[in-house]
Design a protein around this ligand. Structure first.
Ligand code: HEM
Length: 464
């Protein structure tokens, strides 16, 4: 029998009305069709589809990573807004305003900690989200454009982190940004001009701080809001998330659907609460440090870029700057953007690692990279040059074109070899190559972050 929806006197209050508009009334009709119609009017369902394919609720499909990224961005907006009440974006006051925040403002240190840790988690979570999208083939049509917008979001997250890095204006901030913006001058033709525009002059100073502050607090948030809205809209237009399946299963034409409320929302709330708990625990136990005030005349040794640029800085130690700062990043970005548009043998959307063989090939590619990358780093540090006697070759060739051609041919050779060795589809071979490059980049990042000491020489982390 149909149950009428009679609001009780309790639900007529202002807050109850708001709550009722967010969460459904317990007296909602029970039949599926009526329930769907009722739920459709609900506030949350103006943002979400009223039903979702049941199989996409499986946690191991997404690990909740996209939602976590969205939540971290919201936390960043909230804590950033609070920080703005105290922070002063002028070099002489920026550092002291952070001191005041930490020492005199109630919960000031905690708010700074939450903002700092969320920013770092965000880079990590967005990166993992990108990997899960790649490894479940969720970039295949019709989701190619969601992938491209996602890359734009990743760029914005990195920009947010990088511009925020300078704001405390301590030694670490000043010199990390000096190193990173210094890399720009190696971009041919426009490098110097670009560096000047970003720095607002020839060196880091008041103009840089106000440019970084404007980008950090206005340009990036606006870009994030626009691109996130676009990202979510595209995901819905593509029919929601990919549906997990095994390599033998066909793409389901009409999947079984369940209502978003409570099935999806409940899961999202649980993930959100766990993430908030982790962020709070880390923020309570690990204070963000504030070094000495920025001193343009005294550079720390070593001067390192932020960890998410440590891989690039590490490449800079091995290759000519034109290749490490311009050509390699350009090739990487273009390759990432091209991933959905390559010609694939099969549509592997929803299948983890494309197939069982694909998973095995990915593991083998990862293992080869784990051995090859440290060997390459050590060889370049201690052997090449002496052994090969390359010192007579101009730097552009000896440290640039020749190793670059070697790396390029190595990647192409790796692709051809692994494809033939395993009689693989090109989906599986492209994935193996992706893993190979990914693991090398991760090893470069770890080396740059933890294994570089004074003079950027290799050193054990515990001896730094
Ligand atoms: C601020 C950054 C980002 C946010 C907030 C975000 C948010 C989300 C959310 C909430 C979803 C649906 C649930 C999930 O997959 O966990 C999703 C799906 C998706 N995202 Fe992102 N994302 C971001 C960055 C990226 C990046 C870097 C990429 C790839 C380069 C990407 C590509 C995709 C694609 C293709 C889907 C659809 C996946 C599928 O159908 O299974 N996103 N994103």
């Amino acid at each position: 029998m149909r149950r009428e929806h009679n609001p009780s006197p309790k639900t007529t209050g202002f807050f109850h009305q708001i709550l009722r508009s967010i969460f459904p009334d317990p007296l909602i009709p029970k039949s599926d069709q009526e329930r769907r119609r009722y739920l459709f009017k609900n506030l949350i369902l103006h943002f979400r589809p009223s039903t979702v394919p049941e199989k996409t609720l499986k946690f191991s499909l997404t690990w909740g990573l996209g939602g976590m990224a969205a939540l971290l961005i919201i936390l960043q907006f909230g804590t950033g807004l609070l920080l703005k009440f105290v922070y002063i974006p002028i070099p002489v006051s920026a550092y002291t305003s952070i001191q005041v925040l930490q020492n005199e403002v109630m919960f000031g240190q905690l708010i700074r900690n939450v903002h700092h840790w969320c920013a770092n988690f965000l880079v990590l979570i967005v990166f993992l989200h990108m990997l899960r999208v790649f490894f479940t083939g969720a970039f295949h049509p019709p989701r190619q454009f969601s992938w491209i917008i996602g890359l734009g979001l990743f760029g914005l997250v990195l920009t947010a982190n990088f511009t925020g890095y300078l704001l405390p204006y301590d030694q670490l901030a000043y010199w990390a940004v000096t190193i990173s913006t210094g890399m720009l001058e190696y971009i041919p033709a426009i490098g110097n001009r670009l560096q000047e525009i970003i720095q607002g002059g020839n060196e880091i100073g008041p103009a840089t701080l106000s440019i970084f502050f404007a980008i950090h607090t206005a340009v990036v948030p606006m870009g994030l809001i626009i691109l996130m809205a676009f990202h979510f809209w595209r995901i819905r237009k593509s029919g929601g998330l990919v549906i997990p399946r095994s390599s033998e299963e066909e793409i389901e034409k009409k999947p079984v659907r369940v209502t978003t409320l409570p099935h999806l929302l409940l899961r999202e709330v649980v993930v959100a609460l766990v993430l908030i708990a982790v962020v709070m625990m880390v923020s309570v136990f690990f204070d963000v440090s504030l070094g000495d005030s920025a001193n343009p005349g005294l550079s720390p040794n070593p001067t390192k870029a932020p960890w998410y640029f440590a891989g690039l800085q590490e490449i800079l130690l091995h290759l000519h700057p034109l290749f490490s700062v311009f050509i390699i990043p350009l090739v990487l970005v273009v390759t990432l953007m091209g991933i959905p548009y390559l010609k694939y043998d099969t549509n592997t959307e929803g299948i983890w690692f494309a197939s069982i063989k694909g998973r095995r090939m990915a593991m083998i590619a990862g293992l080869i990279a784990i051995v090859a990358a440290p060997m390459g780093i050590l060889a370049d540090e201690y052997l090449i040059g002496f052994a090969v006697g390359l010192s007579w070759i101009p730097n552009f060739f000896g440290n640039g074109l020749i190793p670059f051609a070697f790396i390029f041919c190595g990647c192409v050779g790796f692709y051809i070899l692994i494809k033939h060795r395993y009689s693989a589809t090109n989906n599986e071979a492209i994935q193996a190559l992706f893993v190979f490059i990914l693991v090398i980049f991760l090893i470069l990042t770890v080396t740059g972050t933890w294994f570089r000491g004074p003079g950027m020489k290799l050193a054990w982390p515990w001896k730094l």
